[in-house]
Ligand binder design. Structure first.
Ligand code: DO4
Ligand code: MG
Length: 289
């Protein structure tokens, strides 16, 4: 069995990519691999493993911090209503508009722009709930990392924070429900799976703690995704180029009960093995009126 390889960032600077193998973190030669931005824009999927192994240098021991994202100008997009659970919950919140059922079954998937790289929050940093929302939830999602050629480089863990009351009031409010300060978290690393063509078979788990107690937990797995990875990537890249690469959230299959809303101080942990855990504490962002 070959080892899993993970890319992390070990400091806040852009030139601090490292390779993690079997829990040991190795510095990468920054002459051979200047940045994640460079990897996504310049290297083909087939070249990536030989290149990172050739660039592997000394172990960093315990002297590193997990930083994500490296400052980057890639875009982050998200697919919606790819799981039955998301369709059912959104139908309820929109008073059975039938819109989400139609999109679930339609040939063309729902895709929306979620963030740019500089707005993405890493593990350990606070995520936001809007001050003018009364019903806020996390959305635990597998994230596909694509290079400029629309080839899969690997996978990460994402949280597509959402204001359910704002989206539920009118679906045209989706950008306000989805795109605001600290609404997009990704981390803690990229699991390198270059040129993957199908969903990895992984379980996506979430736990929300309030004052140390678990107030919600749930899980799903990628076998429940109603669309193929190839189809989502095809629609995403049909009429748009991503010269700096792109991250694609793949939709949520876990929705807390309708009575649940996040509060400031809640800790959200999203785990996808073998990638790892994305942990963020909630703060309130913006103003209420
Ligand atoms: O349709 C609105 C967004 C859906 C979404 O973010 C999801 O299903 O994960
Ligand atoms: Mg989502």
């Amino acid at each position: 069995m070959t080892d899993n390889l993970f890319l992390i960032n070990y400091s806040a600077s852009e030139n601090s990519l490292a390779l993690c193998i079997n829990d040991t973190v190795y510095k990468l030669d920054d002459f051979m691999i200047p940045s994640l931005h460079w990897l996504l824009s310049s290297i083909s999927a087939s070249e990536i493993i030989p290149r990172v192994l050739a660039a592997k240098r000394e172990s960093l021991g315990k002297q590193f911090h997990l930083y994500w994202p490296p400052i980057g100008n890639y875009e982050v997009w998200a697919a919606g209503v790819t799981y039955k659970r998301s369709e059912e919950a959104r139908e309820r919140e929109s008073n059975n508009s039938n819109l989400y059922t139609r999109i679930y079954h339609a040939q063309r998937p729902e895709l929306f722009m979620k963030a740019v790289g500089a707005d993405v929050i890493g593990t350990g940093q606070p995520v936001g709930i809007r001050a003018d929302a009364i019903w806020s939830v996390p959305e635990p999602e597998l994230v596909v990392v694509l290079n400029a050629r629309n080839e899969v480089i690997g996978f990460s863990v994402g949280n597509d924070m959402s204001s359910r009351d704002i989206e539920g009031e009118n679906p045209l409010y989706l950008p306000q429900a989805k795109v605001y300060e600290r609404s997009c978290a990704v981390g803690p690393c990229i699991w390198l799976q270059p040129d993957a063509k199908v969903w990895p078979e992984v379980t996506i788990q979430i736990a929300i703690r309030r004052g140390g107690e678990v107030v919600f937990s749930g899980e799903t797995n990628t076998a429940q995704i109603h669309r193929t990875m190839a189809d989502l990537i095809d629609y995403l890249s049909r009429a748009k180029r991503f010269p700096n690469g792109v991250l694609l959230f793949t939709g949520t299959g876990v929705v807390p009960p309708d009575t649940f809303t996040l509060q400031a101080g809640d800790e959200i942990s999203i785990r996808i093995d073998p990638i790892g855990e994305l942990v963020n504490t909630v703060i309130v962002v913006g103003k209420s009126n």
